[in-house]
Write a new protein. Structure first.
Length: 164
C-alpha cells in the first residue's frame, strides 16, 4: 500500500510517500511544495496543482493529512486549515481516501509520546524508515511522520478487527 502523508501549509507544504507492507515501511519519495505567489487564492491553487501532480505521478492508495494545531494562533490555524482542505479536495477528486490526524496523534505514533519535539519525531521517522540521514526539510519529515502515523493506525485497526 502506498501512503502519501501531507504536512499542510500555505507557503510550504511537506509531502512524504511510503510503501507499507505487513512487515516493512519503505521510503518512496518526500519533499516540499512551495508557493510564495500572492494573493492567497493563487498560492493555494499552486499548492493544489502540486498535490495533483504528486497524486498523478505516484497514485497512492491513501492520503494522510495533519490537522492544524489550534492552541497558539487562530489566524495561522485558519491558513493551515485552508491548505488541509485543498489536500483533501485533491485526494477526493482523485478518488483516494483521505484521513486526518492531530499533531499529538502523529507524535504519539512516531515516538510513543504525544508531546514530543520535532527533533524526536525526525529521529524516530529516520529509524522507522531505515534512513541514513534525517529527512529535510522539517515539513517533509513531518509529512513522513503523518504517513507513518496512518500506517500505524490502520495496522492497529486491522488487528482489532481480527480480534472481534
Amino acid at each position: 500500500m502506498l501512503i502519501l502523508g501531507i504536512d499542510p501549509g500555505t507557503v510550504t507544504m511537506g509531502y512524504g510517500l511510503i510503501e507499507a507492507t505487513s512487515d516493512e515501511l519503505r521510503l518512496i519519495d518526500y519533499g516540499v511544495l512551495t508557493s510564495k505567489v500572492y494573493p492567497l487564492a493563487q498560492r493555494l491553487y499552486a499548492l493544489y496543482s502540486g498535490i495533483n501532480e504528486i497524486l498523478g505521478r505516484w497514485g497512492p492508495d491513501e492520503v494522510a493529512i495533519e490537522e492544524p494545531f489550534m492552541a497558539r494562533n487562530a489566524r495561522l490555524a485558519l491558513a493551515v486549515g485552508r491548505a488541509q482542505a485543498i489536500a483533501m479536495l485533491a485526494a477526493a477528486q482523485s478518488g483516494i481516501p483521505a484521513y486526518t490526524y492531530t499533531p499529538a496523534q502523529v507524535k504519539q505514533a512516531a515516538t510513543g509520546y504525544g508531546g514530543s519535539g520535532k527533533e524526536q519525531v525526525q529521529v524516530m521517522v529516520t529509524i522507522q524508515l531505515g534512513l541514513k540521514l534525517l529527512p529535510q526539510p522539517d515539513d517533509a519529515a513531518d509529512a513522513l511522520a503523518v504517513a507513518v502515523c496512518h500506517f500505524g493506525q490502520k495496522h492497529l485497526a486491522e488487528i482489532v478487527a481480527k480480534e472481534k
